[in-house]
Design a protein around this ligand. Structure first.
Ligand SMILES: Cc1cc2nc3c(=O)[nH]c(=O)nc-3n(C[C@H](O)[C@H](O)[C@H](O)COP(=O)(O)O)c2cc1C
Ligand SMILES: O=C(O)C(=O)c1ccccc1
Length: 394
């Protein structure tokens, strides 16, 4: 906050970096997304890095996510008095300082011990909504406390046991989570060669199970508490969350037990988006889980225009998978998303000493968005539309 109480524009981060450069200092964390990934690779144990960076099968979907952004080019406009921008927005009743949310990422303590606590603090400081994973390494109550009065949503992996499900929903509501993001595309884990070759999954080593192990309904199903017999509790955890595919009619159960907005995450087909409208949910996240689930799938941005056209005026359309730069965000918004979620880049930031690295990565992304929005002749995300882009034939 500035002395006047107004929040300084996101673009001031650029001035800070250049001014520090005059004093001989360079940014501690690179501003280049590819170098950021490379630098996280140097800092993390190989199995942890590859768990984050890896994708399903051959990696074709993760590549398609990036290529999809290259299919579109921004057409800048001039003399539009875009020197002052307004990035703040409201998504399903939640205020955000920019149309950017922190995607649900489980087991964050594998990259930094503070994990989701650091993420929740920095998100709150920057006014960005954080979406907490069911499989976080700190409990949703601890994360809510770290987040304070910041905006927060809860992501649900739908447990097989309805009592555990209701218990999680009640806890999330009591802890002030403002919306529910139900992830549909990961009812079982995909074939992930890097993790298979490392024989590594965080939750099999007891990371990412905090919410469930602390849950009274889950604990009631165990012969001994998780602290006494961890292997048995982990096996029970696996049984609770694996093979949990369901049908559209079962969404009514969630509606019954959650009275705030509900979004479905993992939508890639316009017909599924229409079914989401019929089911009466409030929003969808057009996502392929960052290419981590179905190998050889469509790039998520390639799925967006058809979906936005089918349902964009009937529910909130959010987008993720492959967002790395301000220009990427502009493209997704121009193609019909109300906001985007960012995944791996902020986790790589977290790998750089927790809060400080994360703060730099997010401030960089917001500054890039703010500056690029201005340079393309837009004063707010609401000014973006199909006219903003041209299909590339390269
Ligand atoms: C390490 C890791 C863990 C993830 N865990 C979850 C999760 O617990 N729940 C969920 O809905 N999505 C999860 N995701 C998917 C993200 O929410 C998001 O869809 C994806 O990361 C977006 O793609 P991006 O990384 O290219 O930005 C995870 C992604 C990563 C990289
Ligand atoms: O790895 C993932 O993509 C994911 O969604 C997940 C699944 C289980 C536990 C933690 C994260």
């Amino acid at each position: 906050m500035s002395p006047t109480g107004a929040t300084p524009p996101h673009s001031t981060f650029q001035n800070e970096i250049y001014l520090q450069g005059v004093g001989g200092q360079r940014p501690e964390v690179t501003t280049d997304p590819e170098a950021l990934e490379a630098s996280a690779r140097q800092r993390l144990r190989p199995e942890a890095f590859w768990y984050v960076a890896g994708a399903a099968g051959s990696g074709a979907t993760a590549r398609a996510n990036r290529e999809a952004f290259d299919h579109w080019r921004i057409v800048p406009r001039m003399l539009r008095e875009a020197t002052v921008r307004q990035l703040a927005t409201t998504v399903l009743g939640t205020r955000a300082s920019a149309p950017v949310l922190l995607a649900p990422v489980g087991a964050q303590s594998i990259v930094h011990p503070e994990g989701e606590l650091a993420t929740a603090r920095v998100a709150s400081e920057l006014g960005l909504p954080v979406v907490l994973s069911t499989h976080s390494s700190h409990t949703l109550e601890e994360v809510a406390e770290a987040n304070g009065d910041g905006p927060r949503w809860f992501q649900l992996y739908w447990p097989n046991d309805p009592e555990v499900c209701v218990s999680l929903l009640n806890r999330a509501a009591a802890a002030g989570y403002q919306a529910l993001v139900v992830t549909l595309d990961t009812w079982t884990l995909a074939w992930r060669p890097h993790d298979l070759d490392h024989g590594y999954l965080p939750f099999l080593r007891g990371t990412g199970v905090a919410n469930t192990f602390a849950d009274p309904a889950f604990r009631a199903t165990l012969a001994a508490p998780p602290e006494q017999d961890t292997p048995a509790a982990v096996l029970r955890w696996v049984a609770t969350y694996t093979g949990t595919d369901r049908g559209w009619d079962q969404l009514a159960f969630l509606r019954q037990h959650w009275d705030r907005p509900i979004l479905l995450k993992g939508i890639q087909h316009p017909d599924d988006a229409r079914r989401a409208v019929d089911a009466g949910v409030d929003g969808i996240v057009v996502s392929n889980h960052g290419g981590r689930q179905v190998d050889g799938a469509i790039g998520s941005l390639d799925a967006l225009p058809g979906i936005a056209e089918a349902v964009g005026d009937q529910l909130a359309v959010l987008f993720d998978s492959g967002v790395r730069t301000g220009a990427d965000i502009i493209k997704a918004l121009a193609l019909g998303a109300q906001a985007v979620l960012v995944g791996r880049p902020y986790v790589y930031g977290l790998a750089h000493d927790g809060e400080s690295g994360l703060r730099q990565v997010l401030r960089g992304l917001l500054a890039d968005l703010d500056i690029t929005l201005g340079l393309t002749g837009h004063r707010s995300p609401a000014d973006l539309g199909p006219d903003t882009l041209s299909r590339s034939h390269a």
